[in-house]
Design a protein around this ligand. Structure first.
Ligand code: NDP
Ligand code: 8X3
Length: 255
């Protein structure tokens, strides 16, 4: 296994959910951690919690391509050589059918889940290639493989993430750079609260009567993938809570 103490890990969307849990997991194992997200108070709180000189944090909106490049260029020397990029920042907005969905919500998901992930990858990947060492871990979703009503653009952004991950693998072949797409199903975080725009009771209903996965479950999986021996690449990891599975194909009977 790779020793986490030798790793510098950059996590986007570290202010909540999977990202915060991932930053904690790597920090506990002695890795250097770079945390980012839009909410400054959360970044400061996590920095204080993780403490010491092995954590570096700043606010970053991944939708701003110029800010992304500037943030990577401005990394202090001791955090500049990123070994593991966890492209986690992302969101779903709305669960309505495509015909009534809010176009602005669709644009935000595309700008964050697709364009933001691409900006961060493009800023960090050249350094990995130059050092001939690195691992890009993307947060896809089971929604990128299995369609469900209301998943429309969210699921499509995650299908992009899956295919981009596989295509990255094809491009970096020959270098010691790994690419993994993590594809979780239901996990309880702030995800549903964001999806339902702050409606906490609607968000809570999503997890009613079922034991969802936790951010720590996802973080452990990311940690596992990142610390496997350097010659092993997990291409895709699809994971669900035991009590979630696939639905039947929908049949509308008209007579
Ligand atoms: P949370 O809502 O708990 O966390 C999302 C994180 O993304 C926050 O830290 C948020 O920080 C950050 N973020 C959102 N927009 C931006 C932006 N424009 N720039 C930078 N950071 C941003 O959700 P999860 O932890 O559950 O989700 C993490 C990832 O996992 C997402 O990509 C999601 O699609 C995916 N996923 C989630 C599943 C689930 O069931 N929860 C299942 C499968 C995949 P801030 O607001 O401070 O910027
Ligand atoms: C998040 C999981 O089921 O809400 O990607 O699409 S789901």
């Amino acid at each position: 296994m790779l020793d986490a103490k030798t790793l510098t890990v950059f996590v986007t969307g570290a202010t909540a959910g999977f990202g915060a849990a991932t930053a904690r997991r790597f920090a506990q194992a002695g890795a250097k951690v770079v945390i980012s997200g839009r909410r400054a108070d959360r970044i400061e709180a996590l920095k204080a919690e993780l403490g010491g000189d092995r954590v570096h944090g700043f606010t970053l909106d991944v939708r701003d391509g110029k800010a992304v490049q500037a943030a990577i260029d401005a990394l202090p020397a001791e955090f500049a050589e990123i070994d593991v990029l966890v492209n986690n920042a992302g969101l779903a907005l709305g669960l309505g059918p495509a015909q009534t969905a809010d176009l602005a919500d669709w644009e935000t998901m595309i700008d964050t889940n697709i364009k933001g992930l691409v900006y961060v990858t493009r800023a960090i990947l050249p350094g990995m290639i130059q050092r001939d060492r690195g691992h890009i871990i993307n947060l896809g979703s089971m929604a990128g493989t299995y369609p469900y009503p209301g998943g429309n653009v969210y699921g499509a952004t995650k299908a992009f993430v899956k295919q981009f991950s596989l295509n990255l693998r094809a491009d970096v072949h020959g270098y010691h750079v790994r690419v993994t797409n993590i594809e979780p199903g239901m996990a309880e975080s702030e995800f549903s609260e964001v999806r339902f725009k702050g409606d906490k009771s609607k968000a809570k209903d999503v997890y009613k009567g079922v034991q969802p996965m936790t951010p720590e479950d996802i973080a452990e999986t990311i940690f596992f993938a990142a610390t496997l021996p350097a010659h092993v690449n997990l291409n895709r990891i699809e994971m669900m809570p035991v009590m979630q599975a696939f639905g039947p194909l929908a049949v509308k009977r008209e007579g």
